[in-house]
Design a protein around this ligand. Structure first.
Ligand code: FAD
Length: 496
């Protein structure tokens, strides 16, 4: 057996090992790195400055050619293959402060990564610095105050699972590997929304690093204007290192998939879906997607969840079961985490995706005819057109009370084209073109854009279509907190 002194020496050696390897890294001075500035100009980052930044970070600083670079730069949507000059994998708010201050001092293009799950690929960049919060995934739930403190890089699965451990939840999106940060900052539509509001409506506080490197603790009493902006104003005002959410009691749900063959009458199903939603209780969420199964059969799939007792759910859902002869009916009692898919490990998309989306305020006959015309007009099996029910508690918040504007909408809507990673150029373009042209036909019949359902193409200009009368207040806030538009890779609001 080893002596006590030997064990102590061994532990001491282990404890200092990271410091030694850090010194060894510092001893091998970094080379200069070519980079891109805020306005697109070419820059050279000096090796000595890079080494200073690296020495100050608790997390890693990864440059091209270093181990882990390809994994660290990878985004959820394989449509985007970005090559940043540097990736700062932040372990805490101090790392974020250092990384943001470095970017600001060098006028460096800056991307901020939460879950890395955006359709628009804007949490990565070519030639800039990625402030990567994905190592910051801590979730702390206080069941006595019903609050959750959530790290800026956490995914919905982390939040859902920790909160459900206490029988609690806060509204989130419907896919577990989405990032809490981007989802909340843009709004956050999901299963509990009609009952408890958007994710951003449940944001009661945050810790933020602003473009000038300041750290702010934001609440309804401190920097309340900034909290207003974080509730839907996207990542425009700073890097959120921690979110504080209100939690609600959430028990077993009743839900699953109810699907119908598209050919059995899409117009009728859409009409009845819209009419049904108009009178649905707040407990009920129904998403509708038109897509194709593995055999290429086009289906109308309803993603149903009822937040309440099964017998009430069955009564409320009965009209949906009469929409036609179901292809699948898996509706049953299920845990919230099961419906959310939070029990599965997070992953990456298996397809590249191009997506556009916004809001619908009731479906007119012309709108339904246009939707069906666009679907009938293509044979592509990799396109999808979908809706998520909103309204209820979301619609009871006044449009000026948060940055999120479109409170009167009954549904969100998205159109997307997808392709396998090895698809040829023509296939990619056919899918993108279907989504683009469908969006062009539908947008005039809709009621604004949703910043979380964006391609990146729609981020420049026309942001008023997302923010309505709130846009000028957001532009003034942007001028106050980010006058140089350091945080521009987002649904960008230009400083007033
Ligand atoms: C499969 C899928 C399903 C989805 N389902 C829903 C849904 O049900 N409901 C819904 O509302 N949305 C949904 N979304 C959209 C989702 O809300 C957005 O894609 C969101 O931007 C993802 O957030 P993220 O942190 O993962 O993204 P990221 O790509 O990391 O970031 C998105 C944007 O937010 C900024 N950002 C990220 N983290 C921070 C931070 N900590 N501080 C400041 N800015 C930050 C980034 O700079 C970027 O501009 C879905 C997306 C996908 C891909």
């Amino acid at each position: 057996m080893k002596s006590r002194a030997f064990v102590a020496a061994g532990l001491a050696a282990l404890a200092t090992a990271p410091l030694r390897s850090r010194r060894a890294l510092a001893a091998t001075a970094s080379a200069d790195v070519n980079a891109v500035g805020l306005e697109g100009a070419q820059l050279t980052l000096k090796g000595a400055d890079i080494d200073d930044l690296r020495a100050g970070l608790r997390g890693e600083l990864i440059a091209p050619g270093q181990a882990g670079y390809d994994e660290a730069r990878r985004l959820w949507n394989p449509a985007f293959d970005r090559h940043p000059a540097l990736i700062a994998r932040c372990l805490g708010a101090a790392d974020v402060k250092r990384a943001v201050s470095f970017a600001a001092a060098h006028g460096l293009l800056t991307a901020v990564r939460g879950g890395g799950h955006s359709f628009s690929g804007q949490s990565g960049c070519d030639g800039g610095l990625v402030v990567d919060l994905s190592p910051m995934r801590t979730v702390e739930v206080d069941p006595t105050t019903r609050r959750a403190r959530v790290g800026g890089g956490a995914l919905l699965a982390h939040l859902d699972r920790e909160a459900q451990g206490f029988g609690l939840a806060t509204p989130a999106g419907v896919v577990a590997d989405t990032g809490v940060a981007g989802l909340t900052l843009g709004g956050g539509i999901g299963r509990l929304g009609r009952k408890f509001g958007l994710s951003c409506d449940n944001l009661v506080g945050a810790e933020v690093v602003t473009a000038d490197g300041r750290w702010l603790k934001v609440s309804a009493t401190d920097d309340a204007d900034l909290l207003w902006g974080l509730r839907g104003g996207a990542g425009n005002f700073g890097v959120v290192t921690e979110f504080v959410f209100a939690l609600h009691e959430v028990g077993p749900q009743y839900g699953g998939t109810l699907s119908f063959p598209y050919d059995a009458g899409a117009r009728g199903v859409l009409r009845n879906y819209a009419d049904f939603l108009a009178g649905a209780p707040d407990e009920l969420y129904v998403g509708l997607d038109v897509d194709s199964d593995d055999k290429g059969q086009r289906l109308i799939e309803l993603d149903v969840s009822y937040n309440g007792p099964a017998k009430d759910a069955e009564r409320a859902i009965a009209p949906l079961r009469k929409l036609g002869k179901p292809h699948e009916d898996s509706l049953a009692v299920a845990s919230y985490t099961k419906l959310q898919g939070s029990d599965n490990a997070p992953g990456h998309a298996h397809h590249g995706i191009y997506l556009r989306g916004g809001f619908v305020n009731g479906m007119t006959a012309e709108f339904i005819d246009t939707v069906v015309g666009c679907l009938d007009g293509t044979q592509l099996a990799t396109v999808d057109l979908g809706f998520q029910s909103i309204g209820g508690a979301i619609g009871r918040v006044k449009p000026h009370d948060t940055a999120f504007w479109n409170r009167a909408a009954t549904c969100s809507m998205h159109v997307l084209g997808a392709w396998k990673p090895d698809a040829d150029h023509d296939t990619i373009e056919r899918n993108k073109e279907w989504a683009r042209s469908t969006w062009t036909k539908l947008e005039p019949l809709m009621h604004g854009r949703y910043v979380n359902y964006a391609s990146g193409e729609d981020h420049d200009g026309r942001m008023s279509a997302a923010y309505g009368e709130n846009y000028s207040r957001l532009a003034a806030l942007k001028k106050q907190y980010d006058p140089k538009n350091q945080f521009r890779l987002n649904a960008n609001i230009k400083p007033a």
